[in-house]
Design a protein around this ligand. Structure first.
Ligand code: COA
Length: 395
């Protein structure tokens, strides 16, 4: 059977960054709560002329420059923070990227899980037509209300992935574990630009979903925990991955290390909890992109992954979750580029808390006519709204 999976991937983020130590000081909270308690040091913030389309297209552009567009007949755009109730964000991305018209485009939504739904759908398309490649874009602007408990777990990021036969980076294995439950832990009503969340309920729902998905993976004939070398989790904040690792340790009885922060003493087998969270600690939550920026971080910081099996737990509140596995391919070392990701994070422009709060209050998702200021250094910009239609341009 043909091997199918992630051939190449690329990350993008917003123009600005907020230091969580500054947010803690402004909010009258001990910085340790955000930095150690949540495991977050920074969060990306979009400029007024960026959104999920510009960020997603910015992630996809270098991917297409490296790999060409031949064989791409499908673009799946996964997002929680969609900019239109009807039109898929990927249609605007298609134009910005110069993709031809014989590419089907659709948007996928299920909170932070949508990217994995897109990835699995892409694998199915390539299984049927192995000569095709599918462009998957995960892109999100994670927004909670100012002064709410969710505020320090905001962020923004995108990961674009090219799914193909005989992939260079990660072959996706067939077995998977699913857990879906109707729960009101996090959602975003059509008239709201910020998520409604019961944070503590969401933590419990996530962990219960992990137990359910793991058991379903076992029932589906998935690998034993001892045969999984690295494990990645959806990271709304990196401490959540540690909680998940603790739960998986209880469920499986395998002594996998729960040490999260660099320098923490391992308390078992190292499965990459620290290396897989280096970028997310600085990006903040990126919803659909979060587990794939975790994958980028792991690939960029671990030299011994060839032939190793990675377990990935994807969770989207509401809630749908999936535990699946993949085997790292020999080509991954040539594909990765840690310097590129570090530069992306380092070159973000810091904003004060007053500036960040003004950006948070700027029009999001409105159909009122507007012209945005030219700020972003990215390849594409959101120029504003004309006659209720969003306008995008190549910089
Ligand atoms: N130093 C170190 N750690 C500290 C601390 C300090 N000074 N003060 C608090 N902490 C720790 C707490 O002990 C807690 O750790 P624990 O989770 O291991 O018990 C952690 O910081 C968070 O504190 P908590 O009081 O639970 O924070 P909160 O009530 O403000 O809310 C969330 C935390 C995650 C629920 C909130 O940020 C949220 O709603 N986020 C959005 C939803 C989300 O991300 N859900 C995740 C599943 S999808």
């Amino acid at each position: 059977m043909t091997s199918i999976g992630i051939h190449d991937l690329e990350m993008a983020t917003g123009h600005h960054v907020v230091e969580l130590a500054d947010l803690a000081e402004f909010s009258g909270v001990a910085p340790g709560k955000y930095i150690l308690g949540l495991g977050q040091s920074q969060m990306s913030v979009l400029s007024e002329d960026e959104d999920i389309v510009t960020m997603g297209a910015a992630a996809a552009l270098p991917l297409l420059e490296r790999n060409g567009t031949e064989g791409i007949r499908t673009l799946l755009f996964a997002t929680e923070s969609g900019v239109d109730q009807s039109k898929a964000a990927g249609v605007a991305a298609l134009r910005l990227l110069g993709l031809p018209s014989n590419v089907r485009v659709v948007e996928m939504k299920q909170a932070c899980y949508g990217g994995t739904a897109a990835l699995q759908a892409a694998v199915g398309i390539v299984a049927r037509s192995p000569e095709e490649r599918v462009l998957v874009i995960t892109s999100d602007n994670a927004r909670y209300e100012l002064d709410s408990p969710g505020e320090p777990t905001q962020g923004a990021g995108a990961v674009a992935m090219l799914i193909s036969a005989d992939p260079d980076v990660l072959e996706i294995e067939q077995a998977n574990g699913i857990s879906t439950t109707d729960v009101d832990d996090f959602w975003r009503p059509n008239d709201s630009t910020t998520a409604v969340v019961d944070g503590h309920l969401s933590v419990g729902a996530y962990l219960d979903a992990l137990t359910g998905a793991w058991k379903d993976l076992e029932a589906d004939g998935g690998p034993a925990i001892a045969d999984i070398d690295r494990i990645l989790y959806h990271q709304p904040y990196t401490k959540m991955a540690k909680k998940a690792q603790q739960r998986l340790r209880e469920v499986t009885g395998e002594e996998i290390s729960t040490a999260l922060n660099p320098g923490d003493e391992p308390d078992g087998r190292d499965t990459g909890l620290t290396t897989g969270s280096i970028y997310n600690r600085r990006l903040g939550n990126s919803y659909t992109a979060s587990i794939y920026s975790g994958l980028t971080s792991l690939l960029d910081h671990d030299d011994s992954l060839e032939g190793r099996r990675i377990g990935l737990f994807s969770y989207g509140s509401g809630c749908v979750s999936e535990f699946f596995t993949g085997v790292v391919q020999p080509g991954y070392l040539a594909r990765r580029n840690p310097a590129r990701a570090e530069k992306l994070l380092d070159q973000r422009v810091p904003v004060s808390i007053a500036e960040y709060r003004a950006l948070h209050a700027a029009p999001h998702g409105t159909s009122d006519d507007q012209v945005t200021p030219k700020v972003t250094a990215g390849p594409f910009r959101f120029a504003g709204v004309t006659d209720q239609a969003r306008q995008y341009e190549v910089r």
